[in-house]
Design a protein around this ligand. Structure first.
Ligand code: KIV
Length: 275
């Protein structure tokens, strides 16, 4: 009899909120990291559109395409993760209309193999979200600091501050949270939100909140994998906790290899074939 842990499903993520067990989530964009992250027992793997900034080396998430997202979803799901795999809908793949949104969300499931999709926005995307949910594609919402709205926000700024320049921002974020719950989202990412507001939203919603820069009171936490591994040269936000500096580890290994090849220490007999 197999003792393997059961597959994480959408109902299981909803159940975790009722038990109080924190939901763990990380991004992954390829097979090797999906395999490693999954073996550690993570609940959710997000194939984030952050692939643009983290892997493709561009400034924002705006340029990444549907074809590229499908490709990265395929690489991750090829690892057959136990975790729930969520694919990010990229900029302009869902904003232009319900039909395109359903078709693009469907592609991430049909071609990319993911089990749910994520899209950014609250009240403004509730109609599209509902339409995707109505064809039985589970949706994770994402409100607060939504990176696809970087130009409207004027940068990557914390949203919903009491002291912010936009009066009513806090109330609007609460309305967004209720709108995505009403539209049928099974979970909502709260990014760049003051922790007291994230707590209020978490207490008011029946669906789980998954925080990134939203404090400790959310039902779960998500971070970008390359940030926690120290594998990125981009600005590191305050909310990131770096657990290892893989950039240094990789540099040491590569430098040692270069030294070995130049100095004749590699390859040796055990790395070579005999005729
Ligand atoms: O694209 C992404 O990686 C994300 C998470 C960090 C929430 O949206």
């Amino acid at each position: 009899m197999s003792t393997a842990a059961p597959k994480v499903t959408v109902p299981e993520i909803l159940r975790l909120k009722t038990t109080g067990q924190k939901i763990t989530a990380l991004t992954a964009y390829d097979y090797p990291f999906a395999r490693i992250v999954d073996a550690c027992g993570i609940d959710v793997i997000l194939v984030g559109d952050s692939v643009a900034t983290v892997v493709q080396g561009v400034e924002t998430t705006l340029p990444v395409t549907m074809d590229e997202m499908v490709y990265h979803c395929k690489l991750v799901t090829r690892a057959r993760p136990r975790a729930l795999v969520v694919g990010d809908l990229p900029f302009l793949s869902y904003q232009a209309g319900v039909c395109a949104a359903i078709a693009n969300a469907g592609r991430l499931l049909k071609d990319g193999g993911v089990e749910a999709v994520k899209l950014e926005g609250g009240i403004n995307v509730a109609r599209v979200m509902k339409a995707i949910v109505n064809v039985d594609i589970p949706v994770m919402a994402h409100i607060g600091l939504t990176p696809q709205s970087v130009h409207r926000m004027g940068g990557f700024k914390v949203q919903g501050k009491k002291s912010g320049r936009q009066p009513g921002a806090r109330e609007r974020l609460l309305d967004d949270a209720h709108a995505v719950e009403d539209a049928g989202a099974f979970a909502v990412v709260l990014e760049g939100v003051p922790m007291d507001l994230a707590q209020e939203i978490t207490e008011q919603l029946s669906i789980p909140t998954i925080g990134i820069g939203a404090g400790p009171f959310c039902d779960g936490q998500i971070l970008v994998l390359h940030d926690i591994l120290g594998l990125t040269d981009r600005f590191s936000p305050k909310f990131v906790k770096q657990y290892v500096n893989l950039q240094d580890v990789v540099s040491q290994a590569v430098s040692a290899y270069i030294g070995d090849v130049r100095g004749g220490a590699f390859p040796q007999d055990q790395h070579s074939f005999h005729s």
